[in-house]
Design a protein around this ligand. Sequence first.
Ligand code: SF4
Length: 364
Amino acid sequence: MVRTETDRCPGVLAVHQAADGGLARVRVPGGALSAAQLDVLRIASADLGDGRLELTSRGNVQIRALRANGPRELSERLYGAGLLPSITHERVRNVLASPLTGLDQHSRYDVLPVVAAVDRELCARPRLAELPGRFLFALDDGRGDLAGVRADVAVRAVDEREALLHLGTSAVRVGWGDVPGLMVAAAEAFLDERDGEEWRIAELADGAERVLNRLGLHATEVLPTTSATIEAGQHGSALVVTVPLGTLTQEQAAVLTEHSNEIRITPWRSVVVPAAAAGQLEAVGLVTTAGSVWGGVTACAGQPKCSKALADVRADAWQVMPGMRRDGRRVHWSGCERRCGKPAGDFVDVLAVGNGYLVDGEPM
Ligand code: SF4
């Protein structure tokens, strides 16, 4: 494969210049933030950006509209908060975890400590700074909720002793103690196998087999394809909270930090907090029950934030979604055909075309 594009995944130091200013993406391995860290992000966005916190499908946080001196000041604040542990590896710390791991009865194994170990191993190996910014690790606690995230290197818990290390659906059973080393070794094997142009293992011909071979492993099992959906509402001691259009306001972020010691960002741009916080969260526009019109609704940046956008998709989504038929499907609004941030799998495709919208290819 010949690719002429450069890796433009933004980070904190490599800020993307959007129509509304600098866009910084802060990696949050496992999506787990302490209340103090979320507060640092909230205040930084108010001081240096547009005041909002965008949640991403990889459990990361974006701050937009950074002023000229914003990136430097932001990086200093994040470093102080433990959110920028590596300058060289910041854009490759893409590690997803089952957001409810350790919090309800469906969790076969608490994978968050393993996420921390993977992150440490990743940052400790200088060569892995070369990984593409879109290379993704995922740790599923056994419930199958990360089946649709298309990770490059993933594990799914079998029980407290073992996990399935898998590349795509090619899986091999390993002990938990070996997981961090094997996951980063698989990433290194990908760098060895690629010819410099591929960004993902799936782009390599026979990529899974070649990477496993380099590790001296052979797939012995096929990963179960069952995919669990995590709805908003109470799950054990935790509450899954829908964040409309995946964007936290200052007020919403402040209430989250007041009522939770730890906040987890999900790959579905919702958050997980302790169940006791529900009343206060509803009061600031967050949604704590299933079945809301905002559950499973996403939108790209749109006008005026993106120069390619043909419409202000977020403003239009606010107007249209309450009356829109969707038959339980997810919905994604896009300002142009790139469809940034679209969910994996099936969704209602709402596309701006300049003189209105197409919905699944038909005029709205
Ligand atoms: S989908 Fe198009 S309009 Fe939306 S953010 Fe991406 S490039 Fe911009």
